[in-house]
Design a protein around this ligand. Structure first.
Ligand code: DAH
Length: 358
């Protein structure tokens, strides 16, 4: 009874074929080759028609057994493959939640911005507003309205970055800027914001104006071609030098500490009269004299003075009714004094080893 033998042999081969199928595709191919319409087992079952009636039940039973055995092995193998694939996927996606996370790198404000905000806090707490003005300025706001004479040396192209006027027919040239009234320049000081503020506001004015300024200086340990100043302006009735002194003493002690002393030295600025420079007692030697303060015991910290009546008049404010004081401080200088920085250029280089300390 060779068909019976063929069936038994087919079962053996089928098991081998299924066991050796390594992918779901190969397994499907095996299923089609065995049980498909043109498959081997299907073909054998079709041959049952040629059997004698006596043989048929026995062979039929055997064929059915083989068929269900093959189907069972196929579905077991398919299930095992799916399970293995699922396990592989899970293993690949495995996440160890006990591993330490990737620490995000948090930045913070630059030292100069921190100091500007601190100065704003000091003055806002006594009722000042914070104003701003353009960094590209005309010589009127940077010099003329501030009472700077036409031949003032700071107007020269050696001390001021001029932005050449490219309008047709323009003859802008550094040598002639001293005569020009509306030449465009990069502001050399924040003092021009005084003018903008007095033009747009009426007294009482109590304001500070922090901002960037530019000068054609080569960067070295104590100079930067671009740095920050904080301007201050008060215009009100009955403002005297005592107000200037009380306010700036308060400012200096807020920034440097209550134990620091101040000293007011006469000086000259075109826009204030009288004018002074203000020194703070040296924080390193407490006034004894050391190399930090060049053995003077004092460190210069800002310029100030009573607003010149000409400046008030330039802005349409009656100097008979109003008086005021103004001041200007360099922010990088304050940073250098507070933290004993040996070189201002470190503030500009973006070296995180330096900046992250503040
Ligand atoms: N603008 C001056 C400078 O850049 C600083 C200054 C001095 C500002 C006296 C003032 C002032 O408002 O009254 O050197």
């Amino acid at each position: 009874m060779s068909l019976l033998d063929d069936l038994r042999q087919l079962e053996v081969r089928a098991r081998q074929l299924i066991a050796s199928a390594e992918t779901q595709e190969k397994l499907e191919e095996a299923r089609v080759a065995l049980l498909g319409r043109k498959g081997e087992l299907t073909g054998m079952m079709r041959m049952m028609g040629q059997l004698t009636p006596e043989e048929r039940p026995q062979v039929g039973k055997c064929a059915n057994e083989v068929r269900s055995a093959v189907e069972q092995v196929l579905s077991e193998r398919m299930a095992a493959m799916k399970q293995a694939a699922q396990e592989r996927k899970l293993a690949a996606e495995a996440l160890d939640i006990t591993l330490p996370g990737v620490r995000p790198h948090l930045g913070h404000q630059h030292l100069i911005s921190q100091i500007i905000e601190e100065i704003e806090d000091v003055f806002c707490s006594i009722g000042y507003t914070v104003e701003s003005g353009p960094q590209v300025e005309t010589s009127y706001y940077n010099f003329t309205a501030l009472n700077a004479p036409m031949d003032h040396p700071s107007r020269s192209a050696r001390d001021t970055f001029y932005v050449l006027d490219l309008a047709p027919g323009s003859v802008a040239h550094p040598e002639v800027h001293a005569q020009g009234e509306s030449d465009v320049l990069l502001r050399t000081q924040t003092s021009g914001v005084q003018i903008h503020t007095m033009e747009t506001q009426t007294p009482p004015i109590y304001m500070i104006a922090p901002g960037r300024v530019y000068r054609p200086d080569t960067a070295d340990a104590s100079h930067l071609p671009q740095f920050n100043q904080v301007e201050g302006l008060v215009v009100d009735k009955g403002i005297s030098f005592a107000d200037l002194k009380g306010t700036l003493d308060y400012f200096v002690r807020s920034m440097f500490g209550k134990d620091r002393r101040t000293r007011y030295r006469p000086h000259f600025f075109p826009f204030t009269e009288p004018s002074c420079e203000i020194d703070v007692s040296c924080g390193v030697c407490h006034g004894e004299g050391c190399s930090f303060c060049k053995h003077s015991g004092w460190i210069e910290i800002l310029g100030a003075g009573m607003v010149d009546p000409n400046v008030l008049v330039n802005c349409g404010i009656d100097p008979e009714l109003y008086s005021g004081f103004a001041f200007g401080a360099g922010v990088e200088r304050i940073a250098a004094l507070r933290y004993d920085l040996p070189d201002l250029r470190t503030l500009m280089t973006g070296d995180m080893r330096f900046l992250a300390q503040f």
